[in-house]
Each structure stands twice: as C-alpha cells, then as structure tokens.
Design a protein around this ligand. Structure first.
Ligand SMILES: NC(=O)c1ccc[n+]([C@@H]2O[C@H](COP(=O)([O-])OP(=O)(O)OC[C@H]3O[C@@H](n4cnc5c(N)ncnc54)[C@H](OP(=O)(O)O)[C@@H]3O)[C@@H](O)[C@H]2O)c1
Length: 298
C-alpha cells in the first residue's frame, strides 16, 4: 500500500516481492547490483492485523528479521548512502510501560502487546541494527514510526485487515446487499490515522531533512473514534442501514496517542496532512471503482 502511494518520478525505482525475495540474501544482493541505489526507502514487511499477528507470530518474527537484516546489512556492503526504514507505533511497549503520548525515547522501555510480539521485536531490531551500523560504520540509516495507515491498495481481507479497510468493505457490501453492518466493540476507542499518500510525502521529506540515529514519529496525531470513522464511511457510501456495535466483542484500548513534535520541529506542518474525511473519500471511491478486484490477502 505505502509503496503504491509514492509519486512515480524519474530516478525512482519500485521493487516488490515478485522482483526480489528480500528474505534471501542473494536476492537482495542482485537487487542492489541491478539498481545501485543511493537511497533506499525500505517499506517491505510481513504485516497484518491482530489475528494474523497472533496466528502467525513465528512467521511475522522470522520473515521480518530476515528481510530487515538483509536490507540493512547489504546496503552497507553496496555503499548505499541512506536507508529510511519503517517501524510502527504498534511496536511501542504495552500500555502499562509507557506514558502517553508516545514519544520516540520510550520504544524499548518494556514488552510490546502480547498479540504482536513477533512483529514488534523484529521491528525493534531494525532500530537497533540501524543505530549499530551508524555507530560502528557511520551509515546514515534512519527509522520512522507511522501510526495506523490507510489508503488505496490496502488489504481488505476481513480476517486479516486493519480497522479502516475492514469497515470500508463491510459498509460497502452491506449497502450492495441491503443488509446491516456489525462492528466489534462499542466504537468509542480513539485512534490516529495517517493517509498513506501523506506518509509517502513525509518519507521523501525525511530523506532530505532527517539524519539522526533515533527513530522519529511521523503520523497524523488527530484522534478519531472508530464510531466517527464508521459514520463517515457510511455517509460516503450513502449507506442508510443499521450499524450494530457488538459489545460482546472487545473494543480495544481507549487511546494510544503519539507525539509528532520532532517531525513538526523539522518543518513538516500539521496542515500538510490530508484532512481525514477527504482522504477517506478518495480511498472509498478507489475501493468502489476496484471492487471486487481489491487485495484480499490472508
Ligand atoms: N499498514 C499499517 O497500518 C502500518 C502501520 C505502521 C507501519 N507500517 C509499515 O509500513 C510498511 C508498509 O506497509 P503496508 O501497509 O504498505 O504493507 P503492504 O501493503 O503489505 O506492503 C508490504 C510490502 O512488503 C513487500 N514484501 C513482503 N515480503 C517481502 C519479501 N520477502 N520480499 C520482498 N518484498 C516483500 C510486499 O511486496 P509485494 O506486494 O510485491 O508482495 C509489499 O509490497 C511496512 O514496513 C509496515 O510495517 C504499516
């Protein structure tokens, strides 16, 4: 999703798993030989929602460790000048070990939530490896921390997707089939959502403007409740049926705010983030145009 959100410009090369399997060190070396990049924006990861993170916790750990290790290690061998990697706010320590809003200095202060510890520790090691290579070899490798992302080309599989793509699909299908929508919890939790197109702009901004060893939070910190998001999606699709909140299912943690002041101090402005409703309209319109040929990865 994030890779597809970048502008296509001369000099940029986009590669995916069909081109090179980054779990395989030889394949990573071929990629670097073929393209000789000055800068790598490293987006590749084995990602998923709570269920996938829990069911495939071993795979999420091992694939991400392999991918990240190979990319960082080989980038140094091939003299890549800068690597920009992605962590995630979901790898921060669990609620008992952090103070909100989440600041970058707290990332290793305690265990992550038990539901995603494989993914979280593998991502945390990306920070460790980037800083270690900077310290010993002088590599300018930086790490960035997005919060909940959404955008076109997201994964809309109901078992494995994040909250917004799941609601988009459920509401769209309910409208189409004239049924009600059932969503988990009571809808009260607040979440911060960042449009993937904005993240792409921010990563390009950081290529130019950030060269520090520590990670940097990059997400839009405006909080939206799950209920507000669902109501907006219903409005966009003109769904007038019933939305049922199944309170027998968990609602999740009430808030997980993050602090993006480091990014703002660098010159990024709050108003550069796309307004949530406008971004949602773009994504819903894209979904409608592409349905049923949207990504449904389990
Ligand atoms: N989505 C979120 O809410 C969120 C939040 C915070 C951080 N992030 C981070 O943002 C980054 C992008 O996530 P996304 O949501 O855009 O996920 P995505 O759509 O699943 O993209 C992940 C990409 O990784 C590639 N990939 C996976 N395994 C690979 C392998 N073995 N070799 C080569 N490429 C491989 C996939 O390539 P193909 O498509 O070609 O198979 C895919 O393009 C990830 O690092 C993720 O951890 C995401």
């Amino acid at each position: 999703m994030v890779g597809k959100s970048f502008p296509r410009k001369e000099g940029y090369v986009f590669v995916g798993s069909k081109d090179y399997d980054l779990k395989n060190v030889r394949s990573v070396k071929y990629m670097l030989l073929d393209h000789r990049p000055d800068v790598i924006i490293h987006l590749a990861a084995c990602v998923g929602g709570v269920k996938a993170n829990t069911d495939y916790v071993g795979r999420f750990y091992s694939e991400n460790i392999l991918i990240n290790h190979n990319v960082i290690h080989c980038a140094r061998d091939f003299d890549v000048k800068k690597v920009v990697s992605l962590l995630s706010t979901c790898i921060y320590p669990d609620a008992a070990y952090v103070k909100y809003p989440l600041t970058e200095d707290q990332i290793h202060n305690g265990p992550p939530h038990s539901s995603n510890f494989g993914y979280a520790y593998a991502k945390r090691m990306l920070d460790v490896q980037s800083r270690a290579y900077r310290k010993q070899y002088g590599c300018n490798y930086i790490t960035t921390i997005p919060n909940n992302l959404f955008g076109k080309h997201d994964n809309f599989d109901l078992q494995n997707s994040h909250v917004l793509p799941a609601i988009i699909r459920k509401v769209y299908e309910a409208k189409k089939n004239n049924t009600q929508v059932v969503l988990w919890g009571d809808g009260s939790p607040l979440r911060e959502f960042t449009y993937s197109n904005d993240l792409a702009e921010i990563l390009l901004f950081l290529v130019e403007n950030y060269n520090e060893p520590g990670p940097i939070n990059v997400g839009n910190t405006k909080e939206i409740s799950i209920k507000q998001a669902a109501e907006m999606i219903a409005e966009i699709f003109k769904f007038h049926g019933e939305i049922i909140w199944d309170t027998s299912k968990p609602s999740g943690q009430f808030r997980k705010p993050s602090d993006n002041s480091k990014l703002i101090e660098l010159g990024w402005k709050e108003e550069y983030y796309t307004d949530f409703y406008s971004a949602l309209c773009e994504v819903c319109e894209w979904f409608e145009q592409n349905y049923p040929n949207v990504r449904l990865e389990t």
